[in-house]
Design a protein around this ligand. Structure first.
Ligand code: ACM
Length: 535
């Protein structure tokens, strides 16, 4: 009896220490108290804590079955970063860390779900897919102290809270968009962005590759797009472009992390950078550029929209579109090409959209466009991306939700923040407003948060706009509505601050959250940065 109540009080003390991170003196005499009930984001669909911990032994075996080798590499890397020695071997349940790929689990867990069990006997990761196994590891990663992200773990013994998790996402589309056209973000930054997305199980990276101010992807048959069009940017922004090799490198890096790249060529509007390099695409007297914010071949570095468009009666336009989409399709492994379609009026607009859709399908891809495209009778496979909610659609197609009042993260984190967009929501978008997303449209396949870069010119600023709000996007896209609770999320997020800090993320320390002490790394990078698990 006495022993029981002693155990109970030790347990309560540990819980208290974990919640308030304040019992420094007992830290060394207990086994990693902070690891009891780690703060997982996104919250798993089903989760049952045991009030016990699994003490990771000195010698470990990672055992993987057929198809589990890549997951074993990820897991091995995680353990190495925690100074945990492990041998990796194939077999069925032959280790204290067991990875099982079992395709029959797809019927219950879908394409991305997984089970994770931590018991007194060790750790079991099961899924019907490789993606699911990777997500099991991303969840497990959050059981380790945040210092694992930056080689800051001392050699103290690691204990993992015992748990039973069965998890799968609410939505298949859990995305972010980076506008690299107004201001360029290079391969190195984009890889770090992918690293961070992967931790929170985000799985779609949309690159807004072209706009009036710059063209950012090499198209070999149109060399002036990089020789001329890539040189511009918005005032104060960065110019540049991704070579096809860089694009492919980013794509493969992302795919290893279950993230698919969606390239966007924005047309028929927002196209001045291309018109400046290829003047033959313009109508007579450049009548397609109106009002004339710039005249070819001069670059444009302002912020206005809606004044440039392809000459839609010019057959050369369609040859250009076909060549660009053809080359882009060839280097793109994902099924989607985004054709833009926003903020332009033209009598031939709908004809253009239908043609662009058929060109994309000709190259065996699925077209996505901003919501205005649904004024045209696009094909059933088309996906519309909602952003201002003003379009009267004539088709019933799938929708990605990016409504600007909740998901345009170029808007401020708080009222009065400097260098932010305000046109959609004057006082910015709080984490709670993101978190309160409620979907009533059965055609919605998920959510995506864009950052437009008219005012975002540095890596630091991009981090500030995306984080921590993307953690809320991750949770609303993954966790079932019935399990979502903002005050619980806010507590878990406060515990994640240190992890983001160790990862070198310049996140906005939003006053909505009671942040714990945060150690900030100078350099971006985390436990899986630049890691490749092999085949
Ligand atoms: C948009 O914000 N023009 C898609």
């Amino acid at each position: 009896m006495l022993l029981k109540s002693f155990k109970l009080s030790v347990f309560l003390l540990l819980c208290f220490c974990f919640m308030f991170n304040s019992c420094k003196s007992i830290k060394s005499t207990t086994v990693n108290t902070q690891l009891l009930h780690p703060a997982i984001i996104p919250l798993p669909a089903k989760l049952l804590w045991e009030n016990k911990a699994y003490k990771v032994p000195k010698a470990n075996t990672i055992c993987f079955n057929d198809g589990g080798k890549v997951a074993a590499s990820w897991l091995h890397k995680l353990l190495q970063s925690a100074n945990i020695a492990a041998t990796v071997t194939s077999g069925n349940n032959c280790g204290n860390w067991n990875i099982t790929l079992n395709p029959s689990l797809k019927s219950s867990l879908g394409e991305e779900g997984y089970n994770l069990e931590i018991t007194e006997n060790g750790i079991q990761l099961n899924s019907g897919t490789k993606a699911g196994l990777l997500y099991a590891i991303q969840t497990l990663r959050q059981f380790f102290p945040a210092g694992i992200e930056n080689q800051q773990l001392s050699s103290e013994q690691i204990s993992l809270a015992q748990v039973s998790i069965s998890d799968k996402p609410e939505y298949s589309w859990r995305g972010t968009m980076v506008d690299v056209a107004r201001s360029f973000f290079d391969l190195k930054y984009l890889k770090h962005h992918v690293d961070r997305m992967a931790l929170y199980k985000l799985n779609r990276l949309h690159l807004h590759l072209t706009d009036d101010q710059g063209w950012r992807i090499e198209i070999k048959s149109k060399p002036k797009l990089t020789q001329v069009s890539s040189r511009g940017s918005v005032t104060g922004g960065r110019s540049g472009y991704l070579t096809q090799e860089e694009y492919k490198e980013l794509q493969d890096y992302a795919l290893e992390r279950n993230i698919i790249i969606i390239p966007e060529i924005d047309m028929p509007g927002h196209i001045y950078a291309a018109l400046a390099a290829y003047p033959e695409l313009n109508c007579e007297n450049n009548s397609n550029i109106n009002p004339k914010k710039a005249t070819p071949p001069e670059p444009y570095s302002g912020e206005e929209v809606g004044w440039s468009k392809f000459c839609l009666k010019n057959p050369a336009t369609y040859d250009f579109v076909s060549e660009v989409i053809g080359e882009l399709s060839e280097i793109t492994k994902g099924p989607w090409i985004h054709i833009g379609g926003d903020e332009i009026e033209d009598p031939l607009y709908k004809t253009f959209v239908v043609k662009a859709d058929s060109i994309v399908r000709h190259y065996n891809k699925i077209a996505i466009g901003w919501e205005e495209v649904t004024q045209a009778k696009v094909s059933d496979s088309f996906i519309s991306q909602q952003w201002n909610g003003k379009t009267e659609s004539v088709v019933d197609v799938k929708v990605i939700e990016s409504i600007c009042s909740q998901f345009y993260f170029d808007h401020g984190n708080t009222p009065g923040q400097k260098d932010v967009a305000t046109w959609c929501k004057k006082d910015g978008i709080t984490i709670k407003e993101v978190y309160n997303f409620l979907n009533t449209n059965p055609m919605v396949i998920g959510v995506e948060a864009p950052v437009w870069t008219e005012k975002v010119h540095s890596n630091q600023a991009m981090d500030d706009r995306f984080w921590p709000r993307l953690t809320a996007v991750a949770e609303i896209a993954w966790t079932p509505l019935s399990k979502r609770d903002f005050s619980d999320f806010a507590k878990r997020l406060s515990m994640q601050g240190n992890r983001l800090g160790y990862m070198g993320v310049n996140f906005f320390q939003n006053p909505e959250i009671e942040w714990n002490n945060i150690s900030k790394a100078e350099q971006a990078g985390d436990v899986f940065s630049n890691f490749s698990p092999g085949e």
